[in-house]
Design a protein around this ligand. Structure first.
Ligand SMILES: Cc1ncc(C[n+]2csc(CCOP(=O)(O)OP(=O)(O)O)c2C)c(N)n1
Length: 378
């Protein structure tokens, strides 16, 4: 009997196939954990001026301060729901820096800082966190539209919305893309697959981020999926997919910029997996991470967080120092103090307003409820 062909033998070698899947997605990186450049050419390709670097650093610091203050205020009962962002500043702020004013942001509940960076006043974010109807107004202080949808609580659902918006932009020949963020947990949802499949088939001008931050509440990445890389899920939809060091602001910016350029040229979507880590609790609702992960693991990730390496890199370039950082942090804190005062002055949410805000045209039962609560002054 003749031997099986090499081709068929390779096809039937499942162990080899698993290894190939694992090797398929090398990690894009420019800045290592110590803040050293590991790829000068990639840095040139990112084409970031000193001002851009300062802007990215400031956005990441704004996000960190917002995180620190929101977490504290939530513990005092002065903030509503907040999903901590510490550790994810590069994944969120360096990526979003690659998008334009006209692009549509489709955020999840952890992506408040990207909306603020788009011009959404912090006081509105505070109202959103408190479930106030006014927190769903995506406008700047001057009343100009902020192209963002409300942070999605249903995990993965923003991907479907992003595909729809991207197709709408394409059909209207707008010079803009939709960009969406979910987590590795979100990448297990049906919505995730449906969205990237449809976006791939119709070449929607969308950029999809999967922020692989290690945990979906208490579920570790290892239990989330057997896929060695979440980016591999994009390949099933025929979508170019990349794994990037999500704590490296320069690499995250570069891939986001190139993904946007690809999508806007009519080539279809790109999926980007950012390897990062959630350094704190899932939310201010009160979970204790030490019930599902070890302190050593958290400590190790704190050493790899994006601010340390960006600070190191920029100090080395003589465009950043401690004084600049402290001055900016105190400016941000003054701003946050002012914004809390504005949010606190807004009339408390009325039940009738809450119901009115649910549907544009309320149904019969809702009309009755609105009338009832209004008659009671609620
Ligand atoms: C469809 C749906 N199922 C379950 C939940 C409850 N839930 C809220 S957050 C979360 C984990 C999400 O993890 P991940 O997507 O990794 O994002 P992360 O919170 O880590 O940013 C779950 C299961 C939900 N909000 N929506």
């Amino acid at each position: 009997m003749a031997d099986i062909t090499v081709n068929n033998e390779t096809i039937l070698d499942f162990t080899k196939q698993l290894k190939a899947q694992n090797d398929m997605f090398p990690v894009l990186s420019i800045l290592n954990n110590n803040g050293d450049i590991v790829d000068e050419e990639a840095l040139k390709r990112a084409n970031l001026s000193d001002d851009d670097l300062i802007n990215i650093m400031k956005r990441m610091l704004l996000s960190r301060q917002l995180n620190i203050r929101s977490t504290k205020l939530a513990k005092q009962g002065r903030f509503g729901f907040f999903a901590p962002t510490a550790g994810q500043e590069a994944s969120q702020m360096a990526s979003s820096y690659a998008f334009n004013h006209d692009d549509w942001l489709m955020p999840g509940y952890r992506d408040i800082p990207q909306i603020v960076a788009k011009g959404w006043p912090i006081w509105k974010a505070i109202l959103w966190s408190r479930g106030h109807a006014l927190g769903n107004e995506f406008t700047t202080e001057e009343g100009e539209p902020v192209n963002s949808w409300m942070p999605q609580i249903i995990i993965g659902a923003q991907y479907v919305e992003a595909t729809g918006i991207a197709l709408g932009l394409k059909k209207r020949q707008k010079d803009a893309v939709a960009y969406a963020y979910t987590g590795e947990g979100g990448s297990s949802q049906g919505d995730f697959y449906e969205a990237i499949n449809f976006a791939g088939a119709y070449k929607a001008n969308a950029v999809f981020f999967v922020q692989n931050n290690g945990y979906a509440i208490s579920t570790p990445r290892a239990l989330q999926t057997a896929a060695p890389h979440l980016a591999a899920k994009g390949w099933a939809a025929g979508v170019p997919s990349v794994v990037v060091d999500g704590n490296d602001p320069l690499a995250v910016y570069l891939v986001a910029k190139e993904a946007r350029a690809w999508a806007i040229s009519g080539n279809g979507p790109v999926l980007i997996e950012t390897l990062t880590n959630r350094l704190e609790a899932h939310s201010t609702a009160g979970d204790d991470p030490l019930r599902y992960r070890k302190q050593e693991d958290i400590d190790a990730w704190w050493k790899k967080e994006p601010l340390i390496r960006m600070r190191q890199f920029m100090t080395e370039k003589s465009i950043w120092d401690e004084d600049k950082e402290n001055t900016y942090i105190s400016e941000v804190n003054t701003l946050i103090d002012e914004q809390i005062k504005i949010a606190d002055k807004v009339d408390k949410q009325k039940i009738s307003n809450f119901i009115k805000n649910t549907l544009e045209v309320p149904g019969y039962a809702m009309k009755e409820q609105i009338a009832k609560f209004e008659s009671e002054g609620k």
